[in-house]
Design a protein. Sequence first.
Length: 403
Amino acid sequence: MEFFRNTNIDFLGKKWIFLALSLIFSVTGVLSMLFWHGIPLGVDFRGGTLVYVKFTHAPNDNDIRHKMDAANLKDVKIQRYGPAASNEMLISLEQKETSEAALDQGKNTIIKALEPANPEGGKQDLNNASVLNLTDTLLAKDPLKAGSDAQARYSALARAIVDYRDKTKGGAIASLGELSAVTQPPVISALQENYFLSDFGVRNVEIVGPQVGQQLRKQAALAVLYSLAGMLVYLWFRFELIYGVAAVVAVFHDTLITIGMFSIFNKEISLTVIAAILTLVGYSMNDTIVVFDRIRENIKLMRRESLTDIVNKSINQTLSRTVLTSGLTFLTVLALFLFGGEVLHGFSFALVVGIIIGTYSSIFIAAPMLVAYQDWRERSGKARTSLPAETARSSKDKVRVKA
């Protein structure tokens, strides 16, 4: 399938427009990383505590942040989690301990910040009560007059209530009347005397230690650098050093702009984002190699043409393939970005940005570098750069002269 036939677009003639755009995006991203948002590392890299909170209504971000400030919690990150209808929030704390006690501390910190300061009659919060707490309360009240098997009955009943709250209602119930599905009216009355219902429930707590985060940062940086170095060596061996340098510069340009966009929009960089960046390194490099391979083939066929004309012709010949593959890939990742949910949001955002930047960098960054290198050699009085196909042609011409 071909979208374009016999195109003759002067891509190199438009290179300065795209180079200016690249410069604007790159400088803006660097300024954001240095002076505005920094590099917004996720909890995977910086370490800390993640608290997943379920609300009974649509949460108000500003109200939650105000409560965090009132509780003297600094550097708290708040973001929506999952579909909007789920009413879930992800709250990230700068807590560095990794013990079991730290899990409870993180949970209790958020509960204390979000709950009313003075609950009516000193009642406990049912939406954040544990099975053990419910069991003890029911044993003390004994609403079913259970007798000798009270411990077993109330323990099972408490487990049923918590499972209904967490599994059926997603972590929070709006009214005690909802418990009629799992228990009897005397039990509901006993709970009403001892518990109130907050408008939220803590669903889960996760911790990443600072040492683990530091190791992940180092490994992520090394993964990107090793991939660039490996591709430079491969292109040096497969083509010429200038090809490898041009391709690596283009991919570095793609990576810099992608990370810069995360900083500009203050989106956290997680392990899945690093996976997306590594995917883009390979994707952009593959696109660049396709263009370079066609340039090398055309050097053999267009011996009397200038390198500028050869590069332009090569890009035009691969344009249909570029639009087809990049376009279909872009539509796929765009669907992930729009409908993939919060878990895939960072991953898909990196791919959406990276595919756009990576596609045009193969045309307007990598390819012009070959021409710029050739022009520099000519201005410095050196012979035209020995591109692989030209080297082979020169050898054949020498043989003809000797013959």
